[in-house]
Design a protein around this ligand. Sequence first.
Ligand code: SF4
Length: 67
Amino acid sequence: MMQGGMSNQYELMNVAQNCSSFEPTEQGLVSSIGSNKSVSCKKCSHFKNYKCELNLYDNIAASLDQG
Ligand code: SF4
């Protein structure tokens, strides 16, 4: 199974959709045209080395879990 990463694709998208600091990279901007659903932390300019450089990710992910 694919456990053990800090997060999966689905969570990366969910977090980005609920993040007020999402800042699309150029690449993310292009690929999000026509589809808001494609936002993901992977397309956020604050996402570095698979981590949120603003340290928002964990909080948002946690609040989603508690939904
Ligand atoms: S990488 Fe950080 S700032 Fe960017 S959308 Fe994800 S949680 Fe928000």
